[in-house]
Design a protein around this ligand. Structure first.
Ligand code: NAD
Length: 324
C-alpha cells in the first residue's frame, strides 16, 4: 500500500512519516512537497521506503502522474502555504494555493477512488469558552481558521457527493522538535504577533541553551497543546479507519495548560529559572477555544493521547538537547 503525503517535508507530515515507518504500516511513502525532507531519520530512508517528489500542490498533472507512477492508494493532505500572520498579510496567494491545492487533492481522490485525510485545525471554531466539540458550528475568527474551515467544507461536500472515504482531523497547537525552529533565526521566532506554540518552543530552546528569556505578558493564556507524536498518531488512526462514522475529529491533548504552567514545568525539569512570563494573554493572538474535546476520536478512532504536558515537554527538551 502506497501513501502520498502532501507537505510531507513539513512538521506534521514528517512525524506522520516517522510513525508510518516505525509501525511498518506502508510499503511506500511518497512525499509531495516543494521543500525537500530534512529530518535525518527520514533522509536515511529516502530512496528506500520513502520517495521524495519535488512538486507543487497546484500542479494537477504532476500530482496525477505521481499517483499513477507509485500506485497511490490514499492521500494525507498536510501541505499548507502560510500561517496566521502571512495569511493576513498576503491573503490572495495563501487562499488560492490552499483552496486550489485541496481541490486538486479531492478531485484526484474522486477520479482514482483514494482515501483522503485532511489536516484541519481547531481554529475553525473561533472563540468559545466551552471545550470545543465537533457538533459546534464553525465560526473562524481569522483568515487561517477561515481557509481551514473552507477546505473542510469542500472535503465534506466531495465525500457526500461522491461517497469518498474522506476525514478531516482538527489538530491543535502542535509542539515538538521542528526543522523550522532549528533553522529559523531566533529573533524571527519572537516577532510579534507571536503564536503560543512559538512561546513554548522559545522557552524550551532558551532553557536548553542556558539563556534567560522573559515575556512581559501572555502567561494566563490557557491552551490545549498537543505533542506532535500524538497528533501524528491521530492522523494515522483517521487514515487507517475505513469510512469512520464521522467526517471530522478533534485530535488534541484534551487538556488546557497556561503558558505560566509551561514555563514552570520547563524550569523544574532544567533545574533553573531561565524562562519567565508575566500575566495576561499573548498580544495579537486570534480567538481560539481553550481546548478541544477529543471524546469522538477516542470512541470512534481509538485515539488515546500518550503525552501529557509534562511528558511531551520533557521529550521535546531532551530532543533539543540532543538526547532523544
Ligand atoms: N502545526 C500545528 O500546530 C497545526 C495545528 C493545527 C493544524 N495544522 C495543520 O497541519 C498541516 C501541516 O502543518 P505543519 O505545521 O506541518 O506545517 P509546515 O509548514 O511545517 O508544513 C507544510 C508543508 O507544506 C509545504 N508546501 C507549502 N506550499 C506548498 C505547495 N504549493 N506545494 C507543495 N507543498 C507545499 C511546505 O513546503 C511544508 O513542507 C497544515 O494543514 C496545518 O494547517 C497544524
Amino acid at each position: 500500500m502506497s501513501i502520498l503525503i502532501t507537505g510531507g517535508s513539513g512538521f506534521i507530515g514528517s512525524y506522520t512519516i516517522l510513525e508510518l515507518i516505525n509501525e511498518r504500516k506502508a510499503e511506500k511513502i511518497v512525499i509531495y512537497d516543494l521543500a525537500a525532507p530534512s529530518f535525518r531519520s527520514i533522509l536515511d530512508r529516502v530512496g528506500k521506503e520513502v520517495i521524495y517528489v519535488d512538486g507543487n500542490i497546484l500542479d494537477f498533472g504532476k500530482l496525477l502522474e505521481t499517483i499513477k507512477k507509485y500506485d497511490i492508494k490514499g492521500i494525507i493532505h498536510t501541505s499548507l502555504l502560510g500561517n496566521f500572520k502571512s495569511m493576513k498579510e498576503n491573503p490572495m496567494n495563501c487562499i488560492a494555493t490552499n483552496f486550489n491545492g485541496t481541490l486538486n487533492v479531492l478531485e484526484l481522490a474522486r477520479i482514482n477512488n483514494l482515501k483522503v485525510v485532511y489536516t484541519s485545525s481547531g481554529a475553525v471554531y473561533g472563540e468559545t469558552m466551552k471545550p470545543a466539540k465537533e457538533i459546534f458550528p464553525i465560526r473562524p475568527g481569522d483568515m487561517y481558521g477561515m481557509i481551514k474551515a473552507t477546505c473542510e467544507l469542500l472535503g465534506e461536500q466531495y465525500a457526500k457527493t461522491y461517497d469518498l472515504d474522506y476525514v478531516a482531523v482538527r489538530l491543535y497547537f502542535v509542539y515538538g522538535q521542528d526543522r523550522l525552529y532549528i533553522s529559523r533565526p531566533f529573533k524571527e521566532l519572537l516577532d510579534p504577533p507571536i503564536t503560543p506554540t512559538d512561546v513554548l518552543t522559545a522557552f524550551v530552546q532558551q532553557s536548553v541553551r542556558g539563556e534567560a528569556l522573559k515575556f512581559k505578558k501572555g502567561g494566563d493564556l490557557d491552551l490545549d497543546f498537543t505533542y506532535v507524536k500524538d497528533a501524528a498518531h491521530g492522523v494515522l488512526l483517521a487514515y487507517f479507519t475505513k469510512k469512520p462514522p464521522h467526517r471530522v475529529y478533534n485530535i488534541s491533548s484534551g487538556e488546557a495548560h497556561s503558558l505560566k504552567e509551561i514555563a514552570q514545568i520547563i524550569n523544574r525539569y532544567s533545574g533553573s529559572k531561565y524562562v519567565e512570563i508575566g500575566s495576561g494573554t499573548v498580544e495579537g493572538w486570534p480567538p481560539r477555544p481553550k481546548f478541544l474535546d477529543n471524546t469522538l476520536a477516542r470512541n470512534e478512532l481509538g485515539y488515546i493521547p500518550q503525552f501529557d504536558i509534562d511528558k511531551g515537554l520533557i521529550e521535546f527538551y531532551r530532543m533539543v538537547k540532543g538526547h532523544p
